[in-house]
Ligand binder design. Sequence first.
Ligand SMILES: [Zn+2]
Ligand SMILES: [Zn+2]
Length: 252
Amino acid sequence: MQLTPLPAFNDNYLWLWHNSTHAVVVDPGDGEVVMQALARLQLHLDAILVTHHHADHTGGVNLLREATQAVVYGPAGENIPGPYVALTGGDTFDWQGQRIEVIDVPGHTAGHIAYFAPGKGDAPVLFCGDTLFSGGCGRLFEGTPAQMLTSLKKLAALPTQTRVYCTHEYTLHNINFALGLEPNNQALMNRHQSTIAQRNQLLPSLPSTIGLELATNPFLRGHSLEIQASLGLKNASELEVFSIARNMRNHY
Ligand SMILES: [Zn+2]
Ligand SMILES: [Zn+2]
């Protein structure tokens, strides 16, 4: 299986997961971009996976369904262009011999779901929409800090080699913010350098891995004494650290 990023809008990636003949697309905000890629790569679109209802993740769903008859999967708790297979955490389905598991991850939106494939011969794959970002996390539009932290912890518990395919190119900005909280984190400094090198070559900074996120993402590192000190906290709960850091990031 291959993963091909299709850039769209300012900073979205529509992920095309495919073999040499069949594909799945995740969060197709722009249907034309996907149609062009399917034609170029000569792929048949079997399914569309939607993580949440925002327009930059769903805008191309109707066009693609009509053009390809792809099956649409999406969160049961949100308003997705139908008809679609409504999913909640714990649901599973199969595609091209891959098992795909649904994880409930409310916070960015109220019904946000993620898709996890344990992988068959490859490292596991996670499509997490706007929940866990590379070096950061999504804004809390519809959920509480406690909900988002619980969601992030579910993703953080996945195998460390899991490849993380989120949907926006926010890594460098996230890492600059993270360095302000944890300037002595060596893994974070290394990641800063490698991300700058990738972006200078106009390469995507994705995928990340769960292991890399555990080492560098401040929203998974509420236990870090350096982060706590940077926020003027001591012996604070992870939720307290998360809430303050998320709020700071809104204004960064
Ligand atoms: Zn969103
Ligand atoms: Zn988005």
